[in-house]
Design a protein around this ligand. Structure first.
Ligand code: 13P
Length: 256
């Protein structure tokens, strides 16, 4: 079965004002216009979502949130919920990014709740998993990632799983300039797909998009994206420049 490629840009805590966001969005609109095959999404900070949806309307570029609350509404100061993202025009939401796990104490159980909230409101969750350097050096990368996948997908039914996307982001490759080799990444993606097959079935596993994230740049994108089980990229630093993000999208399209 042939899966599409999805190139998603996680802006993280950038840029610092709407002026910077507007500039980047306008450039993306122009630079990404020629691409017709790969899926493209951008995930700006919450305050910039409306701006992004507005500037990118009538383009193929989808918008997503970087996080969401497991709660729907109520007395939860500072939270943003799935129906809020949906009504702002989001199609995707990143869940369980390692920076959230590391700096904001997110747990696998919390990730699971957030996935359920996203699915309930027809958002496509991009669920991040990945081991630390210490865990890889101890040879634990497969057991760590498997546990994250199993916990994240706990009680999500066969009939509900279809919109879920997994992003393998080895923590040691994020923002370090040190990327997993295509062979290392492919091996883990295959391992994740097999884990999904054990949890669900072969058809679901074959259809699931599994993205790679961690220092994806224009010069390594093509090789990573050519791997059989790598269905796209979750890009951090390189998505903040329209030119480099467009080159990564071009690398994805060249393989389709
Ligand atoms: P970098 O591309 O900056 O390493 O970030 C990857 C990432 O965390 C995407 O979610």
């Amino acid at each position: 079965m042939s899966r599409t490629k999805l190139i998603a840009g996680n802006w993280k805590l950038n840029p610092v004002d709407d002026k910077g966001a507007l500039e980047l969005l306008r450039q993306l609109r122009t630079r990404l216009a020629p691409f017709t095959k790969a899926g493209i999404a951008v995930m700006p900070p919450f305050t910039m979502l409306h701006l992004a949806v507005d500037i990118l309307k009538d383009t193929r570029i989808a918008v997503g949130g970087q996080n969401l609350s497991g709660e729907e509404s109520g007395a939860f100061t500072g939270e943003v919920s799935a129906p809020m993202l949906k009504s702002a025009g989001c199609e995707y939401v990143i869940i369980g990014h390692s920076e959230r796990r590391q700096f904001f104490n997110e747990t696998d159980q919390g990730v699971n709740r957030k996935i359920m909230a996203a699915l309930k409101h027809a958002l496509n969750p991009i669920v991040c998993v990945g081991e630390t350097l210490e865990q890889r050096e101890a040879g634990q990368e497969e057991s760590v990632v498997r546990e994250q996948v199993v916990q994240a997908l706990s009680e999500i039914k066969t009939t509900e799983i279809h919109p879920v996307i997994i992003a393998y982001e080895p923590v040691w490759a994020i923002g370090t300039g040190r990327t997993a080799s295509p062979t290392q990444a492919q091996a883990m993606h295959l391992f994740i797909r097999r884990s999904v097959e054990e949890l669900y079935d072969a058809q679901i596993a074959q259809a699931m998009l599994i993205l790679y994230g961690g220092s994806v740049k224009p010069d390594n994108a093509r090789e990573l994206l050519s791997q059989k089980d790598i269905d796209g990229a979750l890009v951090g630093g390189a998505c903040l420049k329209a030119d480099s993000f467009a080159e990564i999208v071009a690398a994805g399209e060249s393989i389709l």
